[in-house]
Design a protein around this ligand. Structure first.
Ligand code: GDP
Length: 369
């Protein structure tokens, strides 16, 4: 029997027979890969070279199996979350599977938050949010995997808390888990970009084992898809337009009640009741924010979605879910969060309505800033 080969990008088992299946690699490409020692599946090859994405989906059972495996291991669990999208990046039900196990929380994409916000404040905030989710991490470390900031601290914390045990790195897709593991490998070994990273959710397919020097392993697990992420409703091109790549410049709008802000055509914020106040938006710097009167907002959206209010673009409107209204009462300084898109900070009491595509989460939380 032939030796089993795994893609060095995502860890999937390589096969040359089923073109649409996981791990497919054309024979010729495989032979070439064997010569150079770099065997990639076609999906990772395309991702690396063309930023192209082939549709492959993992089943819910696979994720449950994975969580059970993690839960039964005696390992240290490193849960990577995206600081910018905390609620969209905690693994749903994780506490149920890992009760009593040691968890280290890593908050990634620190570079996106305004530099004026202190690390200690973000850490404390993350810890509070984690507790709300039923997670009780031993510690929180902040990092920016992309900019290779604080990678040493992450490695030191892992080493300190694992006490000779294996390590499982878990996270939903798009939190930057692959980027982080690549940065860790590079820091430790000096080798660049071994694991496939991309801006598209669901890139890491199978568990990847990275040997540690005391005979334990660091396991990179597949990214778990969080269905409430905005990312699942956007094409790659548009996702790039709404995902912050660098420090966000907050924008403040003095709003009276009966005014509306459109966040491109993706979401909407209505100020229904309350005194005039400054509302601060934390979104990708290039995201179009359009202010209008609440009264005509429905008609305005119908008329302009796909052109002035874009993304979504005109040719995508048929597939784009309708905006769903969530009415919220603000009592203390809070963030109104549009999962995966960003948030609006509201400082004073009032009543608002937040609209997001059906399926995308909206929530009210204690303000991060
Ligand atoms: P995974 O699905 O969790 O493995 O995520 P990836 O590592 O593929 O990263 C997803 C996206 O987030 C990519 O577009 C990365 O460039 C981006 N990303 C990863 N780490 C960081 C970071 O520290 N800061 C910022 N701004 N973006 C990041």
């Amino acid at each position: 029997m032939a030796e089993e080969l795994h893609c060095i990008g995502c860890g999937v088992l390589i096969q040359t027979k089923d073109k649409d299946g996981l791990g497919y690699t054309p024979k010729a490409a495989l032979e070439k890969g064997l010569e150079t020692g770099d065997v990639y599946c076609q999906r990772c090859f395309r991702l690396r070279h063309y930023n192209d994405i082939a549709d492959v989906s993992l089943t819910d059972e696979d994720f449950l199996r994975l969580l059970h495996e993690v839960g039964e291991s005696q390992a240290l669990i490193v849960h990577v979350v995206d600081i910018f999208d905390f609620n969209g990046s905690v693994i749903p039900n994780l506490p149920r599977f890992v009760a009593g196990q040691d968890i280290l929380l890593v908050g990634n994409k620190k570079d996106i938050l305004p530099k004026s916000v202190k690390d200690a404040k973000i850490k404390h905030w993350l810890l509070e949010r984690a507790k709300e989710e039923g997670l009780h991490p031993l510690d929180v470390v902040l990092t920016s995997a992309k900019n290779r900031q604080s990678i040493k601290e992450v490695i030191e914390a892992i080493d300190h808390y694992r006490k000779g045990r294996d390590v499982y790195i878990v996270g939903v897709t798009n939190v930057g888990k692959s980027t982080l593991i690549n940065a860790i490998i590079q820091e430790v070994t000096g080798t660049k970009d071994v694991i496939t990273t991309s801006r598209f959710p669901g890139t890491t397919l199978d568990k990847i084992e990275i040997p540690l020097d005391d005979g334990s392993y660091l396991y990179d697990t597949p990214g778990i898809i969080h269905r409430h992420q905005m990312a699942h409703y956007l094409e790659a091109k548009d996702l790039r337009l709404v995902s912050p790549q660098k420090e966000i410049k907050p924008k403040t709008y003095q709003l009276n009640s009966d005014q509306t802000l459109f966040l491109a055509g993706l979401a909407r914020f209505d100020y229904i009741e309350g005194e005039k106040q400054g509302m601060t938006g934390y979104f990708e710097n290039g995201l179009l924010i359009h202010r209008t009167k609440l009264e005509g907002a429905d008609a305005f959206y119908d008329k302009h979605k796909g052109d002035l209010l874009s993304p979504p673009r005109a040719n995508q409107l048929a597939d784009f879910p309708p905006l769903v209204r969530h009415e919220l009462t603000i009592t203390a300084k809070s963030d109104v969060v549009f999962s995966g898109l960003g948030w609006i900070r509201v400082a004073k009491p009032g009543k608002i309505a937040a609209w997001a595509p059906a399926g995308v989460g909206v929530l009210l939380r204690e303000a991060i800033i």
